[in-house]
Design a protein around this ligand. Structure first.
Ligand code: NCD
Length: 308
């Protein structure tokens, strides 16, 4: 057995234990500039029903770097048979006979789990509506480890649209598995993190606070995890208008962070981090996106080259 396989599908961040995360990170670390061609002859299908830049391109380019091939539809809502009324289940049932792994992004929470029930090949959840984004959480965690040297003991603030942000949900679930973690949730009242996360943190003895203002926490955290207000997920436009400018990280504000603290963001940003922050040592978000490709390559190796 090549790697210690716990799962075939990648659906939620809660499925990973620390041993499994360590395995994925050590595969990531082992990937040199010239990647091993271990996925030659394998085919990845990327099936995206929602827009994506980083997630799709990092998976696809990662697959190619590992010697594999890619087939893709970047707008499955219009360019796949979904347009003709086909169910996700039927599309996945057929596609899984053509390829070796399916990377799926869908607008409905729970879609990846539904797909996994009928797929004969690994399903990788690349975001299911307001549900989860587990591969992003893994690369976020990897970024914290690389930039700060350790995950244990981290004080992290999640800022922005915590109600709709699936990256925040997945990372909160994942980081809670580490020692001495404290979390600050910073959001407008309407965009508070959902209850399941709070219950999970309570049950696991993770300390957290909730507040509305960034100034209250900025000087006390190791990681400031900014997110955009997710306009497309609002049902009433007026609500968006009242919260869209809730947060803006300026260089002056970033200077008030503790020494060694970092700013992360899953991207895309709108205007919650000003471009002037990009050149500060705190800015980790572009490195975070770069690590994403390597972590996703490791995940592809993990699901495709392990003995099941
Ligand atoms: C995020 C997503 O799709 O959930 N983007 C990403 O994958 N890096 C965040 C977002 O859309 O704001």
């Amino acid at each position: 057995m090549r790697y210690n396989v716990i799962v075939l599908h990648i659906l939620k961040s809660a499925q990973f234990d620390k041993e499994c995360i360590d395995t994925i990170f050590s595969i990531t670390d082992s990937l040199a500039e010239t990647a091993p061609q271990v996925l030659a002859g394998k085919i990845l299908a990327s099936l995206f029903y929602e827009p994506s830049t980083r997630t799709r391109f990092s998976f696809e380019s990662g697959m190619i770097r590992l010697g594999g091939n890619v087939i893709a539809t970047e707008n499955a809502k219009e360019f796949s048979s979904a347009f003709k009324g086909e169910t996700l289940e039927d599309s996945v049932r057929v596609l899984s006979q053509y390829v070796d792994v399916i990377v799926l992004r869908h607008y409905e929470e729970g879609a990846a789990v539904r797909a996994s029930v009928i797929s004969s090949v690994p399903i990788i959840n690349a975001g299911d509506g307001v549900g989860e984004h587990p591969t992003q959480a893994l690369l976020d965690l990897y970024t914290i480890q690389k930039k700060r040297g350790a995950i244990d003991g981290s004080r992290i603030a999640f800022v922005g649209d915590l109600k709709h942000g699936r990256t925040v949900r997945s990372l909160a679930y994942l980081i809670a598995k580490y020692k001495d973690i404290s979390i600050h949730f910073v959001s407008p009242k309407e965009l508070r993190v959902r209850e399941d996360i709070r219950v999970y943190l309570d049950q696991n003895g993770v300390t957290y606070t909730e507040c509305e203002h960034i100034n209250e926490i900025i000087g006390h955290v190791d990681v400031l995890y900014m997110t955009r207000i997710q306009k497309e997920r609002f049902t009433v436009e007026e609500t968006y208008g009242s919260v869209k400018d809730a947060y803006q990280l300026t260089a002056t504000l970033a200077h008030s962070m503790m020494p060694g603290a970092i700013v992360m963001h899953p991207l895309p940003r709108v205007d919650e981090i000003l471009p002037e922050v990009d050149m500060l040592p705190q800015a980790a978000y572009f490195d975070q996106a770069a690590y994403g490709q390597k972590v996703r390559m490791a995940l592809l190796m993990y699901v495709l080259t392990s003995e099941q």
